[in-house]
Design a protein around this ligand. Structure first.
Ligand SMILES: Nc1nc2c(ncn2[C@@H]2O[C@H](COP(=O)(O)OP(=O)(O)O)[C@@H](O)[C@H]2O)c(=O)[nH]1
Ligand SMILES: [Mg+2]
Length: 254
């Protein structure tokens, strides 16, 4: 994945400000320490953009924000509900502090974190043109956002390790039926929801959770949803796939 590293370095070198786009449902897991270190090395300012905020409660958002703010300024965005883009535009202008030319903003992050949606949101009616940048990795695009801002949109080709399968599942890079371990990913989702918004999980699957054990919760959901094998035991693979699907479709609110 050498070309990925070259692309990231190149974008960081060219940009005046960087956006690290993370999924607000699991910002810690979708941050990338290598990318952050590279930005810091290049002495460029960056903003952590928490996208898909419509899928996260206000309370959880604020908690995450106060932690992440120690690293970089944090902006909440929901492209779906169209909020946060004015704030982001404002932050970019403030951080870049460039008066005499256009500001180049690089956007980085895992695939499906919402990079293109964030850019489209900020660009909105200002969109004038998009173009591929010659000499760049396929898929890197320059988007003119008007009002002195230009974005570099990148494909999120961050290399994954085997153990990152759950990030791929949670981000919807791999759909549920293609996961090697859908049950494992589902258990992560259950753990996360039980810690952060158990009520939403209970309401969605119409269950009352008493156990602390995420596998018990998966079985409970399976029984309630009637996901059973012939002998009457819970079909854990089928329930797992279902939970991952619901998460990927944005039906489970953290
Ligand atoms: N609920 C919700 N979904 C979003 C939001 N932004 C993006 N998505 C979804 O996330 C997926 C990836 O978005 P995209 O912008 O293509 O991500 P990119 O790969 O990082 O450029 C798409 O299915 C979008 O519909 C948002 O604000 N809210
Ligand atoms: Mg994109």
């Amino acid at each position: 994945m050498a070309s990925y590293k070259v692309m990231v370095k190149d974008v960081i070198r060219k940009a005046d400000v960087l956006l690290e786009v993370v999924d607000a449902r699991f910002p810690d897991e979708t941050r990338n320490s290598e990318v952050e270190a590279e930005i810091v090395r290049a002495k460029k300012p960056f903003i952590i953009v928490m996208s898909k905020c419509d899928l996260v409660s206000q309370e959880t958002l604020e908690k995450k924000k106060s932690l992440l703010s120690k690293i970089a300024p944090v902006v909440f965005i929901s492209s779906k509900e169209r909020f946060g883009t004015t704030m982001l535009r404002h932050r970019i202008l403030e951080l870049a502090n460039i008066k005499d030319r256009d500001i180049l903003v690089g956007s980085l992050g895992y695939p499906n974190t919402g990079k293109s949606s964030v850019i489209n949101g900020v660009v909105g009616r200002h969109r004038t043109s998009t173009s591929s940048i010659s000499g760049h990795t396929k898929g890197v695009q320059l988007v003119n956002a008007g009002s002195r801002i230009k974005f570099i949109d990148t494909p999120g080709v961050i290399p994954f390790d085997e153990h990152d399968e759950y990030i791929q599942g949670m981000l919807g890079i791999k759909d549920a039926t293609h996961l090697k371990d859908p049950i494992g990913v589902a258990l992560k989702i259950i753990e996360k929801m039980c810690a952060e918004n158990r009520t939403a999980l209970e309401a969605f699957y119409k269950v009352t959770i008493e156990s602390q054990d995420s596998y018990d919760v998966l079985e409970l959901i399976g029984r309630q949803a009637n996901c059973l094998k012939k002998k009457g035991e819970v079909d854990d693979t089928r329930v797992g796939i279902r939970i991952v699907n619901d998460w990927q479709r944005g039906l489970l609110l953290v």
